[in-house]
Write a protein that binds this ligand. Structure first.
Ligand code: ATP
Ligand code: MG
Length: 607
């Protein structure tokens, strides 16, 4: 019945799903899954095609999915880069091991959830490149569909003497729970009989009692060293309209009770969560055992495993704090390109491949640590370097006049220039633009008195205008305040890039430029980190105190003509400047050019 251990099976077929994915770094979760597959831990598990109790699943065939994982967000906000890690992890493990990953909305808390968030989560998971649909079912699962079963499970616990209705006040309950050094004290309601408890619980369900007047508690051990086993509350009274079940219920299950049941009904094998749930694991296992004993849930049960959540330097990833940035207008909405939300990262120019690479690179561990923001940026740079078209843009433009142009090139002449879209992908073709008597250059490319090592424009120096001719700088004009208004240079004939004469004159500097004749005005949004503190909210710090007030600078720029027709979301490398993306919302091809800085060409924040 059990599979031979993969590691000893010698001649493995390359298609064997238990074969570790080549190129994927191993980690403790992969090892657990490899072990379970080799040992056949879940080999007898059945799947009736939909979530359900033991009887439902028993009627189904053996589960064709070798493992089942899940990504279970609460639909109470937009997903962030930490969720991206969890999505890539759970969907990635299922994909690599011949399994299925469920997208499940953990919507058992009636108050905070919203369909706006549900839709944004669906979009985010799809955009990241993952799919949860299965034959005959492309809807995500939702925990609230299991309220009937959860209620039945609660009654079953009561009948078996494993749960009781406690009518102590919340203060009394807190006091009698004890603490790390002090065992708890039994509630006076703990010794009620199952029939008494059942009657009381039904009254709770039927709305005969006020919110907060009583709760259903699991009956485990008030002296347990693990406080989570000191008779945790599993159902509470809460008169609130739920986005899925409306006013059907006035009692709702607690998360700790609901979550293991959701996993079990969906036949999850490996339930992967963040470290803060480690202390909940004994209750998870306890509940599974009780409900299997009662014949309600299929065996073997899912198992919970914990990994370290993502902490990213210069970033906050609490949904509550991100919501605060939005509601207090510190940023321009959830999709502001400075936000670590998936919609924000996307608008900033991040790609699914860059986020998948990031998740792969940081790996999974069992101890908390901080990942440097530059790791995330490095992944984007790596992805865009290979794929983004090149273009020239001038962000702080000053005019350069080629004073001998008319003599050398002919009055009013325009010189056609062309440049590859990508230096390593000639198949992508060329960009075309023209040079005339006047071009735009970066203000910082001219110095009247050059500092040591400056090889660009200063009086008497020669540089190449990239893809064009070599020029020699003559000087600059100034206004009444002494500010430079125009740089002057002469063109050196027969030195155009790509022509035989191009190497006849040696220069140390090459500068980028955009023609005054065909350049296009654009708005460029230069983003910087949203916080100046490496750990903005660590140790209870007020994260708003380190908000970087200069995280957005809007600069009027001039860009080469090919960029006017960029499509929203299209990415470019602006030569010498960095990677930019046409804004998904505000850029209109052919009408209004708006580009966001995605990431610089090299890490400028570190050392
Ligand atoms: P927040 O505290 O921001 O509200 P959460 O953990 O409450 O986050 P959920 O919607 O419950 O948000 O999370 C869904 C899944 O995403 C969970 O399985 C959780 O473990 C995972 N997750 C959330 N934040 C991170 C993170 N920073 N790193 C890795 N995984 C995370
Ligand atoms: Mg949560």
């Amino acid at each position: 019945m059990s599979h031979p251990p993969a590691a000893t099976s010698g001649a493995k077929s390359p298609a064997a799903p238990e074969a570790p994915n080549p190129g994927k770094a191993s980690n403790f979760l992969r090892q657990i899954i490899e072990h379970d597959l080799a040992a056949g831990t879940y080999a007898t598990r059945r799947w009736a095609g939909s979530p359900g109790d033991a009887a439902h699943q028993a009627a189904g065939p053996l589960d064709p999915a070798r493992i089942r994982t899940r990504f279970p967000p609460e639909p109470n906000g937009y997903l962030h880069v930490g969720h991206a890690k969890s999505i890539c992890l759970n969907f990635g493990l299922a994909r690599d091991f011949g399994g299925v990953c469920h997208l499940r909305f953990d919507d058992t808390n009636p108050e905070k959830e919203d369909t706006e968030y549900v839709n944004s989560i669906i979009d985010a998971v799809r955009w990241l490149g993952f799919d949860w649909s299965q034959p005959g079912n492309d809807k995500p699962y939702q925990a609230s569909d299991y309220f009937d079963f959860m209620y039945r499970a609660a009654e079953s616990l009561i009948q078996a003497g494993h749960a009781y209705v406690d009518e102590q006040t919340p203060e009394q309950m807190r006091a009698s729970r004890g603490d790390f050094g002090k065992p708890g004290v039994n509630s006076p309601f703990r010794s009620r009989t199952p029939p008494e408890n059942l009657a009381r619980f039904r009254e709770m369900r039927d709305g005969l009692h006020a919110d907060g007047s009583m709760v259903l508690r699991a009956k485990i051990d008030m002296a347990s060293p693990n406080i989570n086993l000191r008779d945790p509350a599993i159902y509470r009274i809460r008169r609130a309209t739920h986005h899925n079940t409306g006013d059907t219920w006035c009692i709702y299950p607690m998360y700790t009770f609901a979550h293991p049941i959701e996993d079990a009904l969906e036949q999850i094998t490996h339930s992967i969560c963040t470290l803060e749930f480690e202390d909940q694991r004994p209750f998870y296992d306890w509940l599974m055992e009780r409900l299997i004993e009662a014949g309600l849930l299929a065996s073997p049960p899912p198992k919970q495993y914990e990994f370290a959540r993502l902490n990213l330097s210069y970033v906050v990833t609490s949904k509550r704090k991100l919501a605060q940035l939005v509601t207090e207008a510190k940023v321009n909405g959830w999709d502001d390109p400075r936000m670590p939300t998936i919609v924000g990262l996307r608008r900033r120019g991040y790609t699914p491949a860059s986020l998948q690479l990031f998740a792969e690179r940081i790996g999974v561990t069992k101890s908390d640590s901080w990942i440097d923001y530059s790791t995330l940026e490095g992944c984007l740079r790596e992805d865009l370097d290979g794929s983004a078209s090149r273009a020239m843009a001038v962000l702080d433009p000053i005019k350069l006049v080629l004073t001998n142009w008319d003599d050398v090139m002919g009055a009013g002449a325009l010189d056609a220039c062309s440049a590859p879209r990508h230096p390593h992908h000639p198949a992508l073709g060329n960009r075309e633009f023209v040079m005339g008597r006047e071009v735009w250059i970066e203000r910082s490319d001219f110095e009247e008195t050059p500092p040591a090592g400056f090889f660009r424009l200063f009086p008497g120096n020669k540089v190449r205008l990239k893809y064009g001719h070599i020029i020699e700088c003559a000087g600059a004009l100034k206004d009444a305040n002494g500010d430079i208004t125009e740089v002057h240079a002469t063109l050196i004939p027969d030195t155009k890039s790509g022509t035989p004469g191009s190497s006849s004159v040696k220069v140390k500097g090459v500068i980028t430029w955009v023609g005054a004749h065909d350049g296009v005005a654009a708005e460029v949004r230069m983003y910087d980190r949203l916080f100046s503190d490496e750990q903005p909210d660590a140790g209870g710090k007020d994260f708003l105190e380190s908000l970087n007030l200069h995280s957005l600078k809007i600069v009027p720029a001039i860009v080469e003509p090919s960029l006017a027709h960029a499509l929203p979301d299209q990415k470019f490398q602006f030569e010498r400047l960095g990677y930019f993306v046409a804004d998904r919302i505000d850029h209109v091809a052919g009408a209004k050019a708006v580009f966001n800085l995605a990431v610089g060409l090299k890490d400028s924040w570190g050392k």
